[in-house]
Write a protein that binds this ligand. Structure first.
Ligand SMILES: Nc1ncnc2c1ncn2[C@@H]1O[C@H](COP(=O)(O)OP(=O)(O)O)[C@@H](O)[C@H]1O
Ligand SMILES: [Mg+2]
Length: 371
């Protein structure tokens, strides 16, 4: 856990870069510092590993005051990634990645194994990349080597300063996704700086929005930041299309689903009419005894024989936890008004446009701030 407690940085008498900033990053979470240029993001990040000394306040990592630690030792325990990877230009990729393991005094074999492991982890073939120099890499590859190097000594904490800022948009999206997958596996405690709210919403468990002078405007989950901006500054910063962005950061939950009538695959159409008589639905979902989804049937009267003979398969089904954005995209793509949601093999209910809207409200506690 990282705790900033009233941390300030002043340059000279009246230049405040960061003003009494307090926030906590729980273990294994990724906290994004976002805000316009010059609002103190880099300064905040560099105070955590003491590349910059705070003017006042306390910074704790797992309860230990970093200001009382030896800064060199402190930095060995914290991975640091900057734009363009910040690699040593005259050292090969393998030597760049080996930097901290060597400082930690690991033996040759262990260092070599670690370098291979890390290159594979970031999706670069060691045979192809280990002996290259940084200038022999693309921007995206350099960035991945930068991440590998930061992970060298397996630090619990990572600090990342606009790491994907210098690559083209397509590479950037790919790097973000790979990095998310990696973080899922590694569960590092991360402070990540960006000026891009879209990147913040995609990557962050929590987002801290800063304004000029390092003032914390709001610290919250992406759906809260986008759905309930706490101040006019935040509302303006996240932009008028924040509603659409929220779709991407809100996932389908069990309670969001609508429950049209269900019938068993073994039923006859007569059984199906009888069990659905009380509902005014014109169709029913067909499941088997293990609640596996088979499709749906039209409940128009006059049909005979087993339900199985009238079964229409669903064109698409979504796993629980899918984003509302994907759900909406599938509805539009297949031109349907309901999409079944499953958990593993089990059918749970259907998502509809109305339910999607309700889920958006649910995600901000029922009181979205619109406009
Ligand atoms: N060494 C310095 N001396 C004086 N002012 C500085 C120094 N470093 C940064 N600043 C100022 O502190 C503010 C915050 O800078 P920075 O943390 O780099 O912002 P960000 O990373 O959010 O763009 C800016 O106004 C910047 O000009
Ligand atoms: Mg910066």
């Amino acid at each position: 856990m990282i705790t900033l407690d009233g941390v300030s940085k002043r340059y000279g008498a009246d230049a405040v870069a960061v003003a009494a900033l307090s926030l906590t990053v729980p273990d294994g979470e990724l906290c994004v510092l976002v805000g316009p240029s010059g609002c103190g993001k880099t300064t905040t990040l560099r105070m955590i590993n003491r590349l910059i000394e705070p003017s006042s306040g306390r910074i704790l990592i797992d309860g230990i005051d970093v200001l009382r630690m030896n800064p060199v030792e402190l930095r060995r325990g914290i991975g640091y990634v900057i734009q363009q990877g910040g690699l040593f230009p005259h050292r090969r990729v393998a030597d760049n990645i080996a930097t901290v393991p060597r400082l930690l005094g690991w033996d040759r074999d262990r260092v070599e194994t670690r370098v291979q492991e890390l290159l594979e982890l970031v999706g670069l073939d060691p045979r192809q990349y280990a002996r290259r120099f940084p200038h022999e890499l693309s921007g995206g590859e350099r960035q991945r080597v930068g991440v590998a190097r930061a992970l060298g000594g397996d630090p619990p904490v990572l600090l990342m300063d606009e790491p994907f800022g210098a690559v083209d948009p397509v590479t950037r999206q790919r790097l973000q996704q790979q990095f998310l997958d990696l973080q899922h596996e590694l569960k590092k405690t991360i402070v990540f700086v960006t000026h891009d709210i879209e990147e913040a919403a995609k990557l962050g468990d929590r987002i801290a929005v800063l304004s000029k002078g390092g003032v914390l405007e709001q610290y919250d989950t992406p759906p809260q930041i986008l759905g309930c901006p706490a101040t006019a500054f935040v509302a303006d910063f996240v932009g008028a299309d924040r509603g659409v962005r929220r779709l991407a950061v809100t996932s389908i939950e069990r309670d969001d689903l609508s429950q049209p009538p269900r019938v068993n695959l073994q039923f006859s159409m007569d059984d199906a009419y009888a069990t659905t008589a009380a509902s005014d639905s014109r169709w029913a979902v067909v499941v088997d005894d293990s609640e596996r989804l088979h499709g749906w049937i039209d409940l128009a009267p006059g049909q005979v024989g087993p339900v199985g003979d009238h079964l229409v398969p669903f064109e698409v089904q979504l796993p629980l936890g899918t984003s509302l954005r994907t759900a909406l995209a599938e509805m539009l793509q297949h031109d349907v008004r309901w999409v079944p949601v499953v958990e593993g093999d089990r059918y749970l209910g259907v998502m509809t446009p109305n339910r999607l809207h309700a889920a958006m409200r649910r995600s901000v506690g029922g009181h979205p701030m619109e406009g």
